[in-house]
Design a protein around this ligand. Structure first.
Ligand code: SF4
Ligand code: SF4
Length: 344
């Protein structure tokens, strides 16, 4: 727990205000798993002052609203507005599916007003970035992201929106988002080291979105030989049968890792592309790879289909026995041979 009053006396602090709307709270849960023994100490060391966070701050009710109003009225500088969860515009554009308690006003109106005065606006998680899980199905709450609706620019704030420093919404997409993606973004903003060149075409910070989940996956050798898992718990690559989209998905999950040493694919789960707009509606079961004539529909980024087909058949024919047998086992059945290689 923290009291924002503790920090009011620090004029140089980079003020962050965090709001939650149509989400599960998982991005905050993820944030608290940040790889630091002292989360608030890390913020403080970076000059970041969490003005208010609904789950972490002491203030509630009128005290919390005073902080929000002080930002809107210009009495308190708002450096970064962080929004977690999608924007609920329903019913009929009124936003009344999510009223900010005690204010009689919909959350979307608070977000619009605060985004006007924020130096930077940050969407925390795929819900806030693109609509995410909350926008799935028939989307009865008319959920959208801050500046996107799926992959279409617009969302709540509109395509033309720019925060006071001239940047569009920074989309720290992920479901949940990685705690260090959030911290590194805020630290870079606080240090004035972040500009428009550092976001990709979908508004994501490039320091993590210029990578693919496939990079660093421990199943890479199986991928090379198209030695594929056929069922959960198999060690093989999950692209061909188990729905893995890691070769197409922008994130550094397998090099940055989660909680120090994990990732979805290391845990035996296919990458379901949670950093991408529209991941919530893949049009097929998450754990199944859709195919046409036996060829996966979603081919690796940057790889022409003909190359993939040629490479796959060649590599399958060259698969070592060790890789082929281990691919459909839940433990190593064949270990790498020890041979004299003449390498010293
Ligand atoms: S992005 Fe995922 S984890 Fe974050 S609030 Fe939305 S549903 Fe929850
Ligand atoms: S399981 Fe997914 S991320 Fe890992 S090697 Fe296969 S395609 Fe790449």
């Amino acid at each position: 727990m923290m009291s924002s009053n503790t920090f009011y006396s620090k004029p140089a602090a980079f003020n962050v205000l965090w709001l939650q709307s149509g989400g599960c709270g998982g991005c905050t849960m993820s944030l608290l798993c940040a790889d630091t023994p002292d989360f608030f100490g890390a913020l403080s060391d970076a000059g970041i002052n969490m003005l208010w966070h609904p789950s972490l701050s002491i203030e509630s009710g009128a005290d919390a609203l005073r902080i929000l109003r002080a930002c809107i009225d210009g009495e308190m500088p708002l450096h970064a507005l962080c929004v977690e969860g999608s924007m609920l515009r329903g019913p009929h554009g009124t936003g009344r599916f999510h009223m900010l308690a005690g204010t009689g006003k919909p959350m979307i109106e608070w977000v619009r007003a605060l985004a006007e005065v924020a130096d930077y606006t940050v969407a925390v998680g795929t819900c806030a970035a693109y609509g995410g899980i909350t926008a799935a199905g028939s989307n009865p709450t008319d959920a959208c992201g801050l500046q996107y609706e799926g992959d279409q620019i617009g969302g709540l704030l509109g395509a033309a929106y720019r925060s006071r420093t001239g940047l569009p919404v920074i989309n720290v997409a992920g479901c949940p988002t990685h705690p260090n993606w959030v911290l590194e973004t805020l630290m870079a903003l606080a240090a004035d080291l972040f500009d428009a060149s550092q976001i990709d075409a979908l508004g994501r910070p490039r320091f993590y979105a210029d990578h693919l989940v496939h990079h660093g996956c421990t199943r890479n050798e199986y991928y090379e030989f198209k030695a594929s898992a056929e069922k959960p718990s198999d060690l093989g690559c999950m692209m061909e049968n188990m729905g893995c989209k890691g070769t197409q998905v922008h994130a550094d999950c397998n090099t940055r890792l989660w909680n120090g040493d994990g990732s979805c694919t290391r845990g035996g789960y296919a990458c379901i592309s949670c950093t991408e707009p529209g991941f919530e509606e893949p049009g097929h079961a998450f754990h199944v790879t859709p195919k046409i004539a036996g060829i996966p529909i979603g081919l690796p980024t940057d790889m022409p289909k003909a190359w993939f087909v040629a490479l796959a058949s060649l590599s399958k024919s060259a698969t070592p026995k060790r890789v082929r047998e281990n691919a459909t086992a839940d433990h190593l059945k064949v270990v790498p041979a020890i041979r004299k290689t003449r390498l010293k």
